[in-house]
Design a protein around this ligand. Structure first.
Ligand code: RIB
Ligand code: CA
Length: 311
């Protein structure tokens, strides 16, 4: 069975690897990629998406640019993690192609409407485009099988002690998605930090060819932040875990729980309050990732990335 998917992203080192994993997976039909301001500006995340698709020989995959800033909050780019280009490290040429003229929200709606079956939406950046999609097309949920998003955390955050970046960047958008009633899966930091890419993984990929070398060079740069921040020489490939979970739902253990997003407090802005032990009467509204089989994740990821060099 082939699963139709749409990725909404903000490349971003780990977004790039998530896109490559989707391209290397025959079980998935990538209907298109939409971009959002997050790790870098919309202009840069869109250019980076085009560059990655072209590197993989998939310029045929349509890219549509979306929101250039969060719904309410000021734009904030994570250049301290992903660099000035948003994909610092590898020497990747500027894109040859361009995004389609449609706005990402209209592009997502059109792809979902024309699909033969309900589409799995994989947002791996701030959720601004998804919230706008729900607002502009109130019935769109009928065409969405599920939303498997990278974001949030049961425990500590990564942009503040309280919040993970994708949710913190646009907490109002995230709150809208979790309240949508659509089947939502939250792949949070608790899971992604338990499956980190190592230098050994990177060296294996560097030997594979152009794409493998690209990923290894992404790791070389991305790992600098994690070394500075956590004192570890390995990096969570956050966004690729969301795609992997769609490929093999046994990789990540989930529990159906209530998730609320803090939008009022500055101290805890963007915190995903996960009622893990059901202490409240709040209805469960998401499948929350609570564990990952890291070894099987890389047994899936690495050979597929290598297959992109196999020609
Ligand atoms: O917190 C990690 C998330 O924020 C990832 O999606 C990363 O690409 C950044 O967008
Ligand atoms: Ca991302």
């Amino acid at each position: 069975m082939i699963t139709p998917i749409l990725i909404d992203c903000d490349p971003g080192h780990d977004d790039a690897i998530a896109i490559l994993l989707a391209l290397a997976s025959p079980e998935l039909e990538l209907l298109g990629v939409t971009t959002v301001s997050g790790n870098q500006t919309l202009e840069k995340t869109t250019a980076n998406t085009l560059r990655v698709l072209e590197l993989a020989g998939r310029a045929d995959v349509a890219v549509a640019a979306g929101a250039g800033r969060p719904l309410l909050r000021e734009r904030f780019v994570a250049d301290y993690v992903h660099g000035k280009t948003g994909l610092d490290g590898p020497a990747l040429p500027p894109p040859r192609g361009a995004a389609v003229p449609e706005h990402a929200v209209d592009f997502l709606a059109a792809r979902i409407a024309e699909a033969d079956e309900r589409v799995t939406l994989i947002p791996v950046g701030p959720l601004t485009n998804v919230a706008l999609l729900l607002a502009r097309y109130p019935e769109i949920g009928d065409g969405i099988e599920r939303i498997v998003l990278m974001g949030g955390a049961i425990a500590e955050g990564n942009v503040t002690p309280a919040a993970e970046f994708n949710i913190w960047a646009d907490p109002e958008a995230a709150a809208r998605v979790f309240a949508s009633g659509i089947d939502v899966t939250m792949i949070g930091l608790d899971v992604t930090h338990a499956a980190r890419m190592t230098r050994e993984h990177a060296e294996r990929l560097r030997a594979a060819g152009a794409v493998g070398t690209f990923v290894a060079e992404l790791f070389d740069f991305f790992s600098l932040f994690h070394l500075r921040q956590y004192g570890i020489d390995s990096s969570p490939i956050h966004d690729a875990v969301a795609v992997a979970h769609v490929l093999d739902p046994t990789l990540v253990a989930t529990e159906r729980r209530n998730v609320e997003v803090e939008t009022q407090s500055e101290l805890c802005r963007g915190r995903t309050v996960v009622d893990l032990w059901r202490r409240t009467e709040r209805e469960p509204n998401a499948h929350v990732g609570v564990g990952i089989d890291a070894e099987r994740f890389f047994d899936l990821l690495l050979p597929r990335l290598e297959s992109l060099d196999a020609g």
